[in-house]
Design a protein around this ligand. Sequence first.
Ligand code: DAH
Length: 345
Amino acid sequence: MSDAASLIQELQRLEAEAIETLAHAADTAAVEAVRIDFLGRKDGRVSRVLRGMGRLDPADRPEVGAAANRVKAALETALTARLAELAAGEAGPGVDLTLPGRSSWEGGRHPVTRVMDEMWNVFRDMGFSRARGPEAETDWYNFEALNTPLDHPAADEQDTLYLEHSHLLRSHTSPVQIRTLEQYAPPIRILAPGWVYRRDTYDATHTPAFLQVEGLVVDEGVSFVDFKATLAEFARRMWGEGTQIRFRPSFFPFTEPSAEVDVKRVIELPDGSSRETDWLEIMGAGMVDPAVLDAAGVDSERYTGFAFGMGPARIAMLKYGVTDLRTFFESDMRFLEQFVPEAAR
Ligand code: DAH
């Protein structure tokens, strides 16, 4: 065998031996000892073999040099891998320290929840309490006690989801008015947020389940002036001092007179100027019909009141410029992430 061939063979034998030794190296100090023994600059075993190159025909030297470089690189890789294995072992079984780190999501309130919380903060400061009622209701609470006969279109099976035993999924939060009036004596000032259900097709402006926020005020001497002033104050606290409010005549069976309430807001623009929005509808409202008080066993000669119902998802759409209601329900992180962090609104 030529000198060159025997040197290359010797290098390969060293590589095999080093890898075998490494497999048994029990800690980082043992790994370091293998490195020095085989790859040490002056006295390492690979270096010692290479000293034999001096005897070689110059033409044979490049081949041996290339083989030596390959062996050194293989040993470096094996040393690093063994160190990683040992580190993983220290971290505990099954822990792979070479995996990329896991990032965590920063949580935030859902945009509709945020609007409902803002509404609640305003009414709480005005002395309102929270009220709630069941989502599975009866005809009586959902319609009849609210002065809505069962042959009214709203009570039709086309619109309302009926359950067994003459129950239904409430189609609005107004039945909470009746339940509250039955349970508590006036003065009453409540806000009742909750889910309601209708047989609507799922599209950009309808979802079969949605949230409403109901309000009710009943006391002696509550007048139309109190009604308008309370809602105007709500609008200013919710959307800012410059907010205007307007009442358009409307009809609801449970209020008389009834109104649809619109707001016109002032928006500050990035360049420091401001502009007014269009009139935007924010709620249905009205003075409580005496028939509703009577149905709930409240003396309608003595007490009067007003009521209102809002759709917070609609208001969130206006506030955040969302054009498709369905995006609120689909838990798509690309959509929801836009509302995190909360400070960025
Ligand atoms: N319940 C009505 C609806 O779902 C909204 C509503 C209108 C509630 C007028 C009220 C009210 O309390 O006074 O469309």
